[in-house]
Design a protein around this ligand. Structure first.
Ligand code: DLL
Length: 444
C-alpha cells in the first residue's frame, strides 16, 4: 500500500472543500452556525439563558463570528455544577449516547450526543484519518480504551465514516495486540503515544516489526513531543500523527496534524477555536501561547459556548503547505493544571521528555517526575530508565551518567533536579493516558 509522501499529498486533498475554504467562506459558515447555536442555547439551556441575561446579551446581538467575544465563558466547574444532564439543549429521549472522562475530584465530566452529533464526530475523525493518508482500504487497529473514554469509540466511528475496517482491540494485553496486528494485517494503529512507544519496543524485541503492514500511527489524548514522534516513527518505520480532542467538545477529531507536522488542523467549521491570554482573557496574536477555548458550532445535545479547555497552545491562521486553510494549533506543551511550579519555575513533563530523548544512548524516554517538599523547599526527582548494562558498570560511571542527566535536565528546566536511575521496565507502562508526574506536595 502506498505510504503518504510529501509528493502525493497535495494530490490527495484536492477534493477537500471544507478544509480548503477561503477565510471569507469559512467565516460565513461559522457565523451562520454560531447564530444558530447561540439561539438554541439561549432558548433551551437555562444555564446559558441566565448567563447571557446577566451579561445583557441577546441572541440577536450575535451577528457574526466576530461577535463571539460578547458571549460568556463555560468552565469545567459549570459542567460539574450541571452534572449529569443539566446542560442539555434537546429532550433527554433524543440523546443517543454519553461519553465521559474522570476528573481528579470524583465525578465524571459527562458529554451527551444526539445522532447528528455522533455522525459529525465520525466525520471529523474520518477527516483526521484521511489526513494521515488512510482510505477505505485501510485496517485500523484501535487500542485506545472503549467505554466512557472517547478514544476507542471515537477512532472506531472515524474508521466507519471513512469506510475503513476497525479492529476494536481496546487497551491492554500487549501480547494479544501484537498477535492481532500481525494476523489481521493492520495498516494503522491508534493509541496514546506512551502506549505506542511501549508497543513499538515490544514489537521490536519480538522481532515482529518487519512482518507488519503498519504505515501510520494516530496518537493523542496526552501531551507528547516531536522527539517522541520521531522515536516511535523510527522503531516502527511509520508516519505518526497527533490527534487532539476532549470529550466535552466531541472526543478525538477536534484537530490533527498533517504530514507536514506544522500544527494541528482544527475542524473549525464544527469547533471554533480561540486562544486567549488566561490572565486578561484577551485574544493572543497568531503564534502567541495562551489558553485554548472552543465553541461547538453544530452540537445539538450539549452545545458549549466558549469552553475553557485549560490546554495551552498557539494558533496560526496561515495556509498550510498541504493546502488546507483550516487554522492550526501548535503541538501541546501541556495543560495549565499539568504545569508544576517548582521553586517558582514553571515545569512541564514534555520538557523532560525532549531533554531525555535528546540524550539517546543508554537513556530511555521512560520517566516519572516526583515533586515533594523538604524543609519548605520543593524537590523535583526524575526517575529515568537506563540500559541494563549501565548497572554492571563501575559506580563511577553510573554517577557520571546520573550527573550528566542532572545537568541536561537543569539546563532544560531551569531548576536543579535529583536523578534516580532505574532499570528498564521499572516505571509502570500505561495503557491509557500516561502518569508523568506525582505531586506529593498536595498529599497530606
Ligand atoms: O483524551 C480525547 C482523545 C482520545 C484525544 C484519543 C485524542 C485521542 P479527554 O479524556 O476528555 O479526551 O481528555 C482531554 O486530553 O483537554 C488535553 O489536555 C489532553 N489531550 C487530548 N489530546 C491531546 C493531544 C481525550 N494530542 C484532554 N496532545 C485535553 C496533548 C491532549 N494533549
Amino acid at each position: 500500500m502506498a505510504a503518504v509522501t510529501l509528493e502525493n499529498w497535495v494530490e490527495r486533498i484536492r477534493d477537500l472543500k471544507i478544509e480548503c475554504m477561503s477565510s471569507d467562506e469559512m467565516a460565513a459558515l461559522q457565523s451562520r452556525r454560531l447564530a444558530d447555536v447561540v439561539n438554541r442555547a439561549y432558548h433551551n439551556v437555562d444555564f446559558y439563558h441566565k448567563k447571557m441575561k446577566a451579561l445583557g446579551v441577546e441572541p440577536g446581538d450575535i451577528k457574526g463570528i466576530e461577535d463571539i467575544h460578547k458571549l460568556p465563558f463555560t468552565t469545567k466547574e459549570d459542567l460539574r455544577d450541571n452534572y449529569p444532564f443539566g446542560l442539555l439543549a434537546i429532550p433527554k429521549k433524543d440523546v443517543v449516547r454519553v461519553q465521559g472522562t474522570s476528573g481528579t475530584t470524583g465525578k465524571l465530566t459527562l458529554a451527551s450526543y444526539s445522532q447528528k452529533d455522533v455522525d459529525v464526530w465520525g466525520e471529523c475523525v474520518a477527516r483526521c484519518l484521511a489526513m494521515a493518508g488512510l482510505t477505505e482500504e485501510d485496517i485500523l487497529h484501535v487500542c485506545y480504551g472503549y467505554g466512557l473514554f472517547t478514544g476507542g469509540i471515537g477512532l472506531d466511528l472515524g474508521a466507519r465514516a471513512l469506510g475503513a475496517m476497525a479492529i476494536p482491540m481496546s487497551a491492554g494485553n500487549t501480547q494479544r495486540q501484537m498477535m492481532c496486528m500481525e494476523d489481521f494485517g493492520a495498516t494503522a494503529i491508534a493509541c496514546t503515544p506512551s502506549y505506542a512507544l511501549h508497543l513499538a519496543e515490544s514489537l521490536q524485541e519480538a522481532g515482529l516489526v518487519s512482518s507488519l503492514k503498519i504505515k501510520a500511527g494516530i496518537h493523542g489524548a496526552e501531551p507528547w513531543t516531536e522527539e517522541m514522534r520521531r522515536k516511535i516513527e523510527s522503531i516502527l518505520e511509520i508516519n505518526c500523527f497527533d490527534i487532539y480532542g476532549l470529550c466535552e467538545i466531541t472526543g478525538p477529531g477536534v484537530a490533527q496534524d498533517c504530514i507536514h507536522h506544522a500544527g494541528l488542523h482544527v475542524n473549525a467549521d464544527y469547533f471554533y477555536p480561540e486562544v486567549l491570554d488566561p490572565a486578561t482573557n484577551q485574544a493572543c496574536a497568531d503564534k502567541e501561547t495562551g489558553e485554548l477555548i472552543f465553541t461547538t458550532l453544530s452540537k445539538e445535545a450539549m452545545p458549549l459556548i466558549r469552553y475553557r479547555t485549560k490546554d495551552l497552545t498557539s494558533i496560526d491562521h496561515s495556509t498550510c503547505e498541504c493546502g488546507r486553510t483550516t487554522p492550526r494549533i501548535s503541538k501541546f506543551t501541556g495543560r495549565t493544571d499539568d504545569m508544576k511550579v517548582i521553586r517558582g519555575v514553571n515545569v512541564f513533563p514534555t520538557q523532560v521528555e525532549t531533554a531525555l530523548l535528546g540524550m539517546g544512548g543508554a537513556v530511555a524516554p521512560h520517566y516519572l517526575m516526583i515533586v515533594d517538599r523538604e524543609e519548605n523547599m520543593d524537590i523535583l526527582t526524575v526517575m529515568v530508565e537506563v540500559d541494563e548494562s549501565v548497572f554492571s558498570d563501575e559506580i563511577r560511571k553510573l554517577d557520571a551518567l546520573k550527573n550528566k542527566i542532572g545537568a541536561v535536565l537543569k539546563q532544560a528546566l531551569g531548576v536543579s533536579v535529583r536523578v534516580k536511575l532505574v532499570e528498564p521496565k521499572t516505571i509502570q507502562r500505561s495503557e491509557g493516558k500516561a502518569v508523568r508526574v506525582i505531586d506529593k506536595r498536595n498529599i497530606e
